[in-house]
Design a protein around this ligand. Structure first.
Ligand SMILES: [Zn+2]
Length: 286
């Protein structure tokens, strides 16, 4: 299997070179040897069908795999009826836009624990998510998969265990493993190859199918406090982790084919390319 690499959004250099529209991104990425792109609807799904299809066609033309990120406001554990309604809408709008764009994965943040017991909040999130799966299925866009993401703050729902439990509801739900976030929520817990191994083993045990090999990944270096995530960093910013190399070794050893999206704040395409180079070098050596 082969891993795919690409940025979330456009690098600063893309704009510095005079590009303005994401329809110009596929050709730019292709020239840099990248394979994937994540389009963010983090602040809301505001795109017309015509624009979405135009962007989608440009990516298809260059053979770049597209995913989208759903709005950050999603909270599966909410008890507020209005917020729950909005959450359903964020999902249906994201999935519809993904369908227009030819994107097959919708990445989302599961939500927050709030003031309750973690398990109470999570139990409600599980229940609400199964409702949402039905809602989304009724749209009929079967090619689009929902991907719950591991989150960086301890008081957010999104440990590996929680993401795997959300995935266990339906075999079309694919895990989005954000290693930077896991590093932050474990206060620097991803140090060695064994730390990556443990996460991959949990996925293998929890899913026992293709999803444990062709999952979604967000990878960037991260700054954290004792509550977890503070902010994402570019690779050039020194002193932050986690280190990509042990994960790349495991991808090759275990024949994994994830899509790896880099969320560096300004050099996401450059850092994605750096990871691809590390991965290809290891792959060539075996
Ligand atoms: Zn995210």
């Amino acid at each position: 299997m082969t891993a795919l690499f690409g940025p979330s959004g456009n690098s600063q250099s893309f704009y510095d070179e005079g590009h303005k529209s994401t329809t110009e991104a596929p050709e730019w990425l292709k020239k840099r040897g990248l394979d994937a792109f994540e389009y963010s609807f983090g602040r809301g799904v505001r795109i017309r069908e015509g624009t979405a299809r135009e962007i989608g066609n440009a990516f298809v033309k260059e053979g770049i795999t597209l995913s989208v990120h759903a709005p950050y406001y999603i909270n599966l554990a909410s008890t507020d009826e209005k917020k729950k309604k909005n959450t359903i809408r964020y999902f249906t709008e994201s999935v519809t836009a993904a369908h227009w764009m030819g994107a097959t994965r919708v990445i989302f943040h599961p939500g927050a624990v709030g003031k309750e017991e973690r398990e109470t909040a999570f139990g409600r999130a599980l229940e609400f998510f199964s409702e949402i799966i039905h809602e989304v299925e009724s749209l009929g866009y079967e090619e689009v998969r929902l991907c719950p993401e591991t989150l960086g703050k301890i008081n957010q729902l999104g440990s590996v265990e929680e993401v795997l439990r959300l995935c266990s509801l339906n075999r079309n739900v694919i895990p989005a493993i954000d290693f930077g976030h896991l590093h932050a929520r474990t206060v620097g817990g991803i140090k060695s190859k064994d730390d990556y191994k443990r996460i991959l083993d949990m996925m293998e045990e929890g899913l026992a199918d293709e999803r444990a090999r062709k999952f979604h990944v967000h990878f960037s270096h991260i700054e954290y406090t004792k509550q977890g995530e503070k902010k994402h960093c570019d690779f050039k910013d020194e002193g932050f982790g986690p280190d990509f190399e042990p994960f790349a070794e495991l991808m090759v050893e275990r024949n994994l084919g994830p899509t790896i999206i880099c969320e560096s704040p300004t050099m996401m395409a450059e850092d994605a390319r750096t990871m691809k180079d590390i991965y290809l070098k290891i792959k060539k050596a075996v």
